[in-house]
Design a binder for this molecule. Sequence first.
Ligand SMILES: [Fe+2]
Ligand SMILES: [Fe+2]
Length: 324
Amino acid sequence: MKRILVVEDEGIVALDLYERLKRNGDLVVGTAKSAEEALDLVVQENVDFALMDIMIDGDLSGIDLAKILYEFFDIPVVFLSALNNDHVKTMAIESHAYGFIQKPFSSKELYTIIDYAAKKHEHDRMKPNPYLAQYNRMLKETKVLLAPFFEKNIETAEHSFRVMKVCKIMAAHLFLPELKSMQLDAAALLHDIGKGLIPEQILLKEQALDEVEWAIMQEHTLKGAHILSETHELMSLAQIVECHHEWWNGEGYPRGLKGEEIPILSRIIAIGDAWDVMTHSRVYSPVKSHEEAKRELIKNKGKQFDPALVELFLDIYPEIYKTQ
Ligand SMILES: [Fe+2]
Ligand SMILES: [Fe+2]
């Protein structure tokens, strides 16, 4: 039994597909009329396969949606369309579609193409991911660097893992390219690695830091970037780590970068980091409730944080809540 998502804006066609697929022993996990509805379903349900019309409701076309489903959710797509022109077929193929059925079609045709697509997808899955080796090397180096640091700073270790979890959820909704998502995992884990070079009397001080101590504390961004720049596998993360305390309005540190001058991965980490610091007890700040922390993010939207990313965080908060 395959779990199939149907994306079709005509109710009668969707119902007909539902009946035919049921007779083949497959399960329609949901019917969506637009890409937005389809993505909501994909996040909530296990979907093995998508059958979709090229012309759907909403801003994204079926072709755009197919690319997203395939590249970010590893869900193969078969198009159903009444349009029969070469341009549309070429676009469908470029979107990694596994098949194209011309409407009207027989049930036999439908079952055959679904079976073929499922087998092809299984076969494609066995192919090695081109980034996997790079990712594994990156994670191995990350662990080597972090092990001694985390052993001494268990609070920072727990904090870094929680920041990574939040960033991962945000990245999934941003449809980041695979390589960037992998870099984000490692950079989120490593973002405070520079604190390993900050004296403990400052790092663990329970009272507010004075001006000199604060300046030393801020150096963890540059120190972290320096550590990473010396490691071949992690060099590409140096700038991301360096910028995790930059502010959207330019008032952050260490360089006072502004808006999109700040790397997107640093802007994501900035939100994951602030969220975790606010909602978990740390030595230098009292813990806030989720509602208070959300208000704080909203207050600092466009000031400390990228406003679009704050909006995204608030939209997907129920998902983040489950991981806390
Ligand atoms: Fe930090
Ligand atoms: Fe942090």
